[in-house]
Design a binder for this molecule. Sequence first.
Ligand code: FJE
Ligand code: FE
Length: 314
Amino acid sequence: MRAIRLHLSLLNWRPSLFSLTNSYNTMSQSAFNTPRLILKKVLAKSQHEGDGAVVRRGIGSDLKNLDPFLMLDHFSVSPPGGFPDHPHRGFETVTYMLEGGITHQDFAGHKGTIRTGDVQWMTAGRGIIHSEMPAEANNKGLQLWINLSAKDKMIEPRYQELPSENIPKAEKDGVEVRVVAGEAMGVHSPVYTRTPTMFLVFSMMPGTEWHQIIPESWNSFVYIIEGEGVFGCPNSPPTVAHHVLVLSLGDGLSVWNNSSKPLRFVLIGGEPINEPVAQYGPFVMNTQSEIEKTIEDYQYGRNGFEMRKYWRSQ
Ligand code: FJE
Ligand code: FE
């Protein structure tokens, strides 16, 4: 038994020793001083949400306390299902469409359809009531919930909407990145992130590698949309689609696509808020008494929820 263990660990070492001669790291053992490694690997299993929608909840069920991130859903919804009229307070929702479209309407008269490749960055602040319904037969995307710090929880609601063609894109040696938030390959997103956040969508061709800088103290994770990849160090086992990888702190992440198919994943990072979190469904505040106050505000239509009494989606 012991002999077999030793044998396996030797096998594991071989690729990293050989990789010393590879082109990307001729200067040192790694592309980073403190490379981020995989702390946790969790499969996002499908569950039902909203009205007949299916979500893979990567963050927010098994994985909590990934400050400032509250939830990541990889959702799939078809008519007549959807996410009918519901409120939000105290955080931001980011919807990135992978296929089809989502038509949204809110209680202030804001509406539109987010389609494949588009992003809606919604700062709920003190309150939004809206519906999010499928626009086509099959509709898939990612929805990320980012917490707001105490000083921002009650700000005016705001939308930042980027159609696909306005999302900065860059490509290098078979690695493509779409910069929804933050910066990569020298291109910057125009999105203002009240909680400093990076949201990068990578597509890597077979046989490519990428080394992405991440601010050292930010929490970060990867969610794999399709394909499989090697994350952290060259001898870590490959991770397949629908897994979340929580990363350790460090100055960057290395990724290799050693497979024969394209690899698509999101790399999401954010500056921790370091405040207590009190959550009741779509309300996220700092204390339980603020949650009770929010439920009252919603019930009686106060402090940002005034339109609650008069509005229904069409
Ligand atoms: C919500 C249940 C919900 N994930 N992904 C409870 F389903 C929702 C909700 C969503 C949602 C919407 C879209 Cl478009 C995509 C989602 C959950 O709307 F907000 C609560 N509170
Ligand atoms: Fe919503």
